[in-house]
Design a protein around this ligand. Structure first.
Ligand SMILES: Cc1cc2nc3c(=O)[nH]c(=O)nc-3n(C[C@H](O)[C@H](O)[C@H](O)COP(=O)(O)OP(=O)(O)OC[C@H]3O[C@@H](n4cnc5c(N)ncnc54)[C@H](O)[C@@H]3O)c2cc1C
Length: 294
């Protein structure tokens, strides 16, 4: 049966799209349909076709916190562009589309002199991905800033949840896979552009010192309570350990680096080896922060 997806207005459709180019790991097979969705109206139409044709679907932002299976993804991969990249502001409250890059949001905060989000500097990806995984750094997370999250369910119905109606925990939220985050509003405070820029630069410099170069999805494991996953991996002697082209960074134990031709199975085998070794040597169970899409 021919899919109706290529005919949905307001959507750019690519067939059999290589997903490795859409992830920071540079790993992953092909998506049957890769859809860049430009508006809420187009998103509603896409979801209708997906439901009618009973297609599995996935939402990605910049693909900086995912590992895509080597066999690729059946069905449709959705990415929010166009109107989802817009930002509005009333005073220090920012209403942003889920497709806005964190970096662009911070540039705007600097430009208008709104402070409080500088800890996000250097975290790649979109606000949608950041909200879903409660991204953060330096002991803070995006949940600290959130006022409301705008969602669309699989039937295309829109809902709004206030910060208190969402359970945000460390690198996680209870926003289920049946919801697409379409936007977020965040409350910042009045500051001066110069001081905000300086604070961002300090944070970027601190990250630069510990963040390895190369293809990765950032920290692979969540930090267990009271411990740093990278330190546990290091004391277990795992820095530099590898499976195929997937290697535990020598600079930061919690980064798995794709040296060029790593496959998802290599990353998963290495992650399993890390988990087992850390469990055996320390009794601590590591949990992946990176989400496997398959
Ligand atoms: C070098 C490097 C450094 C990093 N440092 C940090 C850090 O310091 N702190 C930190 O928290 N993270 C860090 N990360 C991880 C990553 O950048 C963040 O988690 C980021 O918020 C993910 O955004 P994304 O748009 O790339 O999401 P993706 O990786 O595309 O998606 C992540 C998850 O969110 C879901 N998702 C994405 N958009 C939506 C949407 N609109 N609606 C519903 N679900 C959605 C996806 O389905 C997936 O489950 C780092 C990554 C890299 C590569």
């Amino acid at each position: 049966m021919k899919s109706g997806l290529p005919r949905v207005p307001g959507v750019k459709v690519r067939m059999n799209e290589e997903l490795s180019v859409h992830t920071s790991f540079h790993i992953g097979g092909r998506a049957r349909y890769f859809l860049e969705v430009y508006s809420k109206r187009a998103l509603v139409r896409v979801l209708k076709v997906i439901a009618n044709e009973k297609l599995p679907y996935y939402v990605i932002g910049c693909g900086t916190n995912v590992l895509v299976a080597d066999s690729g993804l059946p069905g449709a991969v959705l990415r929010l562009g166009g109107a989802f990249k817009r930002m509005n502001r009333h005073g220090n409250v920012f209403r942003c589309g889920a497709g806005v890059a964190i970096e662009n949001f911070l540039d705007e905060a600097v430009r208008v002199g709104s402070r409080g989000a500088e800890f996000l500097a250097g975290i790649p990806g979109t606000l949608g991905g950041a909200v879903k995984g409660n991204a953060g750094a330096f002991g803070r997370s995006i949940a600290d800033l959130i006022d409301r999250v705008f969602l669309m369910d699989e039937q295309g119905a829109e809902t709004v949840r206030t910060r208190n109606e969402i359970a945000f925990t460390y690198r996680s939220s209870d926003i289920g896979n049946g919801y697409i985050i379409t936007g977020v509003s965040m409350r910042l405070r009045k500051g001066t552009s110069r001081a905000i820029r300086q604070s961002i630069e300090r944070n970027l410099a601190a990250r630069q010192k510990r963040q390895p170069d190369g293809y990765s999805a950032g920290s692979f494991f969540k930090n267990p309570p009271g411990r740093a996953a990278g330190e546990l991996i290091e004391i277990c002697g795992l820095k530099g350990a590898s499976v195929g082209d997937a290697e535990v960074s020598r600079k930061h134990g919690n980064y798995i680096i794709n040296k060029g031709h790593a496959r998802a199975v290599d990353v998963l085998a290495l992650a399993e080896m890390i988990r087992k070794t850390v469990r055996m040597q320390t009794g601590i169970e590591l949990e992946a922060e990176v989400r496997l899409l398959r």
